[in-house]
Design a protein around this ligand. Structure first.
Ligand SMILES: [Zn+2]
Ligand SMILES: [Zn+2]
Length: 244
């Protein structure tokens, strides 16, 4: 399983960057997690738009779904150009029906995931955890049988993350705040909190993402390292982990 970061900024993309968007690949199957603002432009540096096999959305905040509309247009245009009609499945929760229905389009199909059930998409098995956020949002534990990625999506600290993340190879964690701040109200975690989760869940590597637009991100790494003895990495565009 290979993980690639396309966009990692919290709230909105920094200049020439993208907000939340990630690629998970295995055996030529490409699953995209969230489709943030600026994501589609960045994605095309590494892949063709029509290479995507499925999209999985954590929640319906703009910094995670802003480019869904243009992705739908891309599938429409590409089908005209190539004469091949490809319908892209987009998985989302149905706790906001209006937003869920927006995932239906001539070239994309809305598919509901049931958070209490394991979802199978291509070679991946996915379990969900409801996050602590201002709108319904789900974190994901994705495994291909050989390795496991946990993506917290957007969440304030909650103890459930420790059990949910047990022994994951990669914990891709919302780290929108520095250690001395309090992310509870905003629905995001601090570097210290994600470090604690990583340590107690004994994950192999912690990847800090959904990063803030101020301060020095290296400080986030130092703060997380005070809590977690494993490897800590800052997300950045194009970074990859694992093998396909
Ligand atoms: Zn967000
Ligand atoms: Zn959010």
């Amino acid at each position: 399983m290979k993980l690639t970061v396309i966009g990692y900024w919290g709230g909105y993309p920094a200049k020439d960057e993208a907000s939340s968007m990630y690629i998970v690949e295995k055996d030529d199957f490409m699953l995209v997690l969230d489709v943030g603002s600026g994501g589609l432009a960045k994605f095309q540096k590494y892949n063709n738009v029509t290479d995507i096999d499925a999209v999985l959305l954590s929640h319906y905040h703009a910094d995670h779904i802003a480019d869904v509309g243009v992705l739908q247009h891309a599938y429409l245009v590409q089908s005209y150009l190539t004469g091949v009609k490809k319908t892209l499945p987009i998985y989302g929760h149905k706790e906001d029906e209006e937003q869920f229905d927006q995932l239906n389009h001539d070239y994309t199909e809305a598919r509901q995931y049931e958070p209490n059930h394991t979802l199978k998409i291509g070679p991946f098995f996915i379990r969900f955890l409801k996050t602590n956020h201002s709108v319904p949002c789900y974190g994901m534990r994705i495994t291909d049988g050989a390795s496991t990625i946990v993506y917290t999506a957007d969440s304030a600290y909650q103890e459930e993350w420790i059990k949910f993340s047990q022994h994951a190879d990669f914990l891709l964690a919302d780290c929108n705040f520095y250690a001395n701040q309090d992310g509870t109200k905003a629905g995001h975690m601090t570097s210290k909190e994600v470090g604690i989760i990583a340590e107690q869940a004994a994950v192999k590597e912690l990847i800090l993402t959904h990063l803030p637009h101020y301060g020095d991100h290296k400080q986030l790494v130092e703060e997380a390292r005070k809590e977690f003895t494993g490897k800590v990495t800052l997300a950045s565009e194009g970074l990859t982990w694992g093998e396909q």
